[in-house]
Design a protein around this ligand. Structure first.
Ligand SMILES: CCCC[C@H](NC(=O)[C@H](Cc1ccccc1)NC(=O)N1CCOCC1)C(=O)N[C@@H](CC1CCCCC1)C(O)(O)C(F)(F)C(=O)NC
Length: 330
């Protein structure tokens, strides 16, 4: 089997990308953030502390004839941006892009942190990382990808994210109409559970490409591109007036600045991120100071090829026995 689901940016800054997910019988549709940087499928629910729900769609297990409590199971996740959620576990029917997992672990939130409450565009996450990142106790529960991979024509899902418009996630098929040229594959290190790979270097604007190994994760759940200090400094050195602002917690520049393209290498292939994608957004609404889409990864401890990078490419997440990432321009 194979399937496809449209994914849309939740706002004009492409902060995150959500997909409609059907849960239960009859179907309850929630908008979840498909996140390759984590491995919990969790949702706002009828069990979520009422004061922590603010406009999100919720999953009500008691209204689903196919829901079952997983007795004794709990979960708790904490993300890189310090947001958290926790709760209990049900199994139920889950359908994404026409593909159904008949008994998917659905982690039901009893509590969520303020940043989730304030984001009415996200009703939860569907983690597509490796099982080692799943937070369920006393034992990890399989991801949606784990549950469907055996039925897929090919053990893959692909990401075709776009700037300010709908893209798609495909399951079980590589649609060659969605990219140009050929796919270049690179090995994935699944320790500790991310889609971690080594980029072969970078180029800034028209400057010569620098061949150097840059280890990072392909992460649909992170908005920006976070790389080593040296690369980031070299990039903003070409943007007059750019500075690393303590006030705003990162590199900022005049919104009117012209930003150079940023190229990253995958094997012998090169993916070009248009400079415009690196003009992320004004630091506050209406400000003439803009926050960069390329930021320093030092405080994170790992380089993250987030949506700013992913939306410049067509990416194959290959979950075969030897996991790998395929990259192509588009
Ligand atoms: C700085 C290091 C990473 C930060 C990263 N978060 C982000 O990138 C959030 C995503 C978001 C968008 C809209 C509304 C709310 C949150 N954006 C963000 O911090 N910013 C601040 C900088 O400007 C851009 C927007 C993260 O924690 N990503 C999680 C998944 C998100 C968690 C919060 C809700 C949205 C999904 C992740 O799973 O991808 C992870 F890999 F980083 C992780 O923490 N794995 C355990």
């Amino acid at each position: 089997t194979s399937g496809s689901v449209a994914t849309s940016p939740i706002d004009s800054s492409d902060d995150a990308y959500s997909i409609p997910v059907s849960i239960g019988t009859p179907a309850q549709v929630l908008n979840l953030d498909l996140d390759t940087g984590s491995s919990d499928l969790w949702v706002f629910s009828s069990l979520t502390t009422a004061s922590e729900v603010n406009g999100q769609n919720i999953y009500t297990p008691s209204k689903s004839s196919t829901s079952k409590l997983v007795s004794g199971a709990t979960w708790k996740v904490k993300y890189g941006d310090e947001s958290t959620s926790s709760g209990v576990v049900y199994t139920d029917k889950v359908t994404v892009g026409g593909i159904t997992a008949s008994s998917q672990a659905v982690e039901v939130a009893k509590t969520v942190s303020a940043s989730f409450t304030s984001n009415s565009d996200i009703d939860g996450l569907i983690g597509m990382g490796f099982d080692s990142l799943n937070s369920a106790k006393p034992s990890a529960v399989p991801t949606f990808f784990d549950n469907i991979i055996g039925n897929l024509d090919s053990p893959v899902f692909t990401a075709d994210l776009k700037h300010n418009k709908a893209g798609s996630y495909d399951f079980g098929v590589i649609d060659s109409s969605k990219y140009t040229g050929s796919l270049t594959y690179v090995a994935v290190d699944t320790d500790p559970g991310y889609w971690k790979f080594t980029s072969s270097g970078y180029g800034i604007g028209s400057a010569a490409f620098k061949s150097t190994s840059v280890v990072g994760i392909a992460d649909t759940g992170t908005t920006l591109l976070y790389l080593d200090t040296a690369i980031v400094k070299a990039y903003y050195a070409t943007v007059s007036g750019a500075s690393n602002s303590a006030t705003y917690g990162g590199w900022v520049f005049k919104c009117s600045a012209t930003l150079p393209n940023f190229v990253f290498g995958v094997g012998s292939a090169k993916i070009t991120i248009p400079g415009s994608y690196i003009n992320y957004s004004p630091v506050t609404t209406g400000s003439s100071t803009c926050f960069g889409g390329l930021q320093d990864s030092t405080d994170i401890g790992i380089n993250i090829f987030g949506d700013v990078a992913l939306k410049a490419a067509f990416v194959v997440f290959d979950g075969s026995d030897t996991p790998r990432l395929g990259w192509a321009s588009k």
